[in-house]
Design a protein around this ligand. Structure first.
Ligand SMILES: Nc1nc2c(c(=O)[nH]1)N[C@H]1C(S)=C(S)[C@@H](COP(=O)(O)O)O[C@H]1N2
Ligand SMILES: [Mo]
Length: 214
């Protein structure tokens, strides 16, 4: 089949470019993966919060969020279920920009960021991770607003900039239907991290699963 051939050729190319992490295969589709139902969103009531160890907590309405400085980035994404998707184009807001421009002022004690999503889904990373270019608070994929399945209206995206040295984590470290970032001094394992996935989730070291029971 034509698709199969396209997929194999893509996989060969990204392998040669050292962009295919161990145990992954390339996909040209965009699988949907999450636990639980897709939330219905009312943008009139939607808000985005910045909480915890910051100089001033923040709350932005949807209209306000869309006034924040925007970024576009091309990322390779790696799902722990072994598919990788290459050259995905996302638009939204970079946490590093918000920090640099003073929209978010983390306190010095803050070391971790928890992404809080609809229905209580959370995922955790060090602050340094969300400050990387490969992490974005995305409203758009491939030039279009996110679809409900992929996290409309806002999601975290944990990806990799091809060729850049960075802390590369599996895609579950990007929360769909994102509603808040919480800055904390201590780490707090999120939904998948408590359900068997690895806390660090380094794609190149294949940190897929954590200790049994954690
Ligand atoms: N809110 C929420 N975000 C989530 C998840 C989830 O269950 N709930 N699953 C994660 C996992 S395991 C993956 S692989 C990606 C999948 O994103 P996609 O459906 O856009 O491919 O979303 C991540 N973000
Ligand atoms: Mo996943």
């Amino acid at each position: 089949m034509f698709d199969q051939r396209e997929r194999r050729e893509l996989e060969k190319r990204v392998k040669e470019q050292n962009r295919l992490p161990p145990g992954q295969s390339a996909t040209i589709k965009f699988p949907v993966l999450h636990y639980g139902p897709v939330p219905k969103v009312n943008l009139d009531r939607w808000d985005f919060r910045v909480l915890g160890l910051v100089v001033a907590e923040r709350r932005w309405t949807w209209a306000e969020f869309n006034q924040l400085p925007r970024t576009k980035v091309t990322l390779d994404i790696h799902c722990v279920t072994r598919w990788s998707k290459f050259d995905t184009v996302w638009e939204g807001v970079a946490v590093s920009t918000l920090v640099r421009e003073g929209f978010i002022r983390p306190r010095p004690e803050a070391k971790y960021v928890i992404q809080h999503c609809e229905y209580g889904y959370t995922t955790n990373t060090p602050i340094a991770f969300v400050m990387q270019e490969g992490f974005i608070l995305a409203t758009h994929f491939d030039g279009q607003p996110l679809t409900p399945d992929h996290g409309y209206p806002l999601r975290g995206v944990a990806g990799v900039i091809a060729g850049q040295r960075a802390d590369d984590k599996y895609f579950w470290k990007g929360g769909k239907w994102l509603r808040a970032l919480e800055f904390r001094a201590d780490d707090q394992p999120g939904f998948w991290e408590r359900n068997g996935y690895h806390n660090q989730a380094d794609v190149w070291r294949e940190q897929r699963h954590g200790w049994p029971g954690f």
